[in-house]
Design a protein around this ligand. Structure first.
Ligand code: NAD
Length: 432
């Protein structure tokens, strides 16, 4: 089978490389010429654990091009993995998906299956089918299938090679059979349903996870007020199989390219159909507040951050990725700068992307110790292993005043108590 993938972001490139790993020849298409030339020389334009090596290993089965006609004209299966960002009103911006659909309609000369991996509002796959059919330049049969992606950034390669499930939404049985063949080697449970249900599975899954995070964060906030410990509370809850022990880590809220936009898009869609999704709205509202939790906590120690040296550990929205989309740092660091703080930041892979946004206002370092040196306060925004494994004595040794505000509960409270630091985390007692 000839396979093409439109979009070489976190989803498209990982999909292309993993399909190649399982034996397919894949042509990856992007409109970004810089990305294409990097990939042609065997370099991944994004950071994702294991991706670079797997890409190098499979270069003989991978082609990278910006010439979509060349990629689509004789393809049997075309995956769409382009972005569906949030519009100002919260709805999903489908211009990139529809753009690819038009390019496909202009190019295909063979019958083919179009597989929509991008997260799109319920009903979009039907519209893509209509759009392509009404713009086809040749007399061919095209079938659109929904195949939502469930990978997590930071473990995208592992998640794809060992998928928890493969959801296929089709209106045409033969398209489902072709996709089953594509995924034969993946050895994952396959659920075949209709297109709208597949689209809904994706939104319902992400929104449920967002809700779980916002729920545990609210419980953490209450724990702080009444003196309970969120780590013990979450641990105790997790024994119940109906709840599960994953995604119960309290913190400063979810970020990234999916939960924030997918909650807003489903809420918008429900409103459009005169239905208020109140649970999802609550998850969104709680998260907006939670993102500012550490900044608000700093007011307990300082009236203002003016003239203070602030050490920031972690810039990305989660560990294992260089992605900054909707990261809590994007709302907190501008506030610190506005206050007049001197900001020093550390991150193992996110500095390059952050520098594109804030080049002069921040001093960047790849050394945690250097970042902490002479700092008046430290904010932890991302639970990188390097942070979790830091020798706790360092805060007292190198900071001017060892005040640590931890938005990701990186350290064991009992361990922290052995050191002379002020330690304020989420949903737990403050150590001082
Ligand atoms: P991304 O922004 O990282 O990548 C999108 C890529 O598409 C970019 O490289 C862009 O240049 C390219 N592109 C735009 N128009 C194009 C065109 N006409 N032809 C070819 N390429 C084109 O996006 P992403 O994070 O990979 O997300 C893609 C989709 O997958 C979104 O709908 C997202 O919601 C969904 N998704 C993302 C994740 C995730 O963790 N990132 C997980 C599951 C689902």
């Amino acid at each position: 089978m000839k396979i093409a993938v439109a979009g070489t972001g976190y989803v498209g490139l990982v999909t292309g490389v993993c399909l190649a790993e399982y034996g397919h020849s894949v042509t990856c298409v992007d409109i970004d010429e810089n990305k294409i030339s990097l990939m042609q020389s065997g370099i991944s334009p994004i950071y994702e654990p294991g991706l670079q090596d797997l890409m190098k290993k499979n270069m003989a089965k991978l082609l990278f091009t910006s010439n979509y006609v060349e990629a689509y004209h004789n393809a049997d299966v075309i995956f769409i993995g382009v972005g569906t960002p949030e519009k100002p009103d919260g709805s999903a911006d489908l211009q990139y998906v529809y753009g690819v659909a038009e390019q496909i309609a202009n190019s295909v000369k063979n019958d083919c299956v179009i597989v929509v991996k991008s997260t799109v509002p319920i009903g979009t796959n039907d519209k893509i089918q209509e759009l392509i059919e009404s713009n086809l330049k040749h007399d061919v049969k095209v079938s659109v299938a929904s195949n939502p992606e469930f990978l997590s950034q930071g473990s995208a390669v592992k998640d794809t090679l060992h998928s928890s499930r493969i959801v296929i939404g089709v209106e045409d049985k033969s398209a489902g059979e072709i996709l089953k063949q594509v995924y034969e080697e993946f050895n994952a449970p396959i659920l075949v349903t209709n297109r709208k249900s597949a689209e809904m599975i994706k939104y319902a899954s992400n929104d449920f996870l967002a809700l779980k995070i916002s729920f545990i964060n609210e419980i953490a906030n209450l724990c702080e007020i009444i003196g309970a410990d969120i780590e013990d509370v979450a641990h105790g809850m997790g024994f119940d199989g109906r709840i599960g022990n994953k995604f119960l880590n309290a913190g400063i809220g979810y970020g990234g390219s999916c939960f924030p936009k997918d909650t807003k898009a489903l809420h918008w869609l429900a409103n459009f159909h005169d239905y208020e999704l109140r649970t999802v709205k609550a998850a969104i509202d709680v998260n907006e507040n939670q993102k500012l939790k550490l900044y608000k906590k700093s007011r307990r120690y300082f009236d203002s951050l003016k003239g203070l040296t602030v050490a920031v550990l972690g810039l990305t929205f989660k560990p294992g990725t260089d992605d900054l989309r909707e990261a809590p740092t994007l709302v907190n660091i501008p506030l610190m700068i506005e206050d007049g703080a001197i900001v020093k930041a550390w991150d193992p892979v996110g500095i390059e992307n952050f520098q594109k946004l804030y080049s002069d206002d921040i001093t960047y370092s790849t050394s945690i110790e250097e970042t902490l040196r002479e700092a008046d306060v430290c904010f932890i925004f991302t639970e990188w292993d390097e942070v979790k494994q830091v020798d706790l004595s360092i805060f007292n040794l190198v900071m001017k005043t060892p005040i640590v505000l931890d938005g990701r509960n990186c350290f064991n409270i009992h361990e922290v108590k052995k050191h002379k630091i002020v330690y304020d985390s989420i949903g737990r007692e403050t150590v001082n």
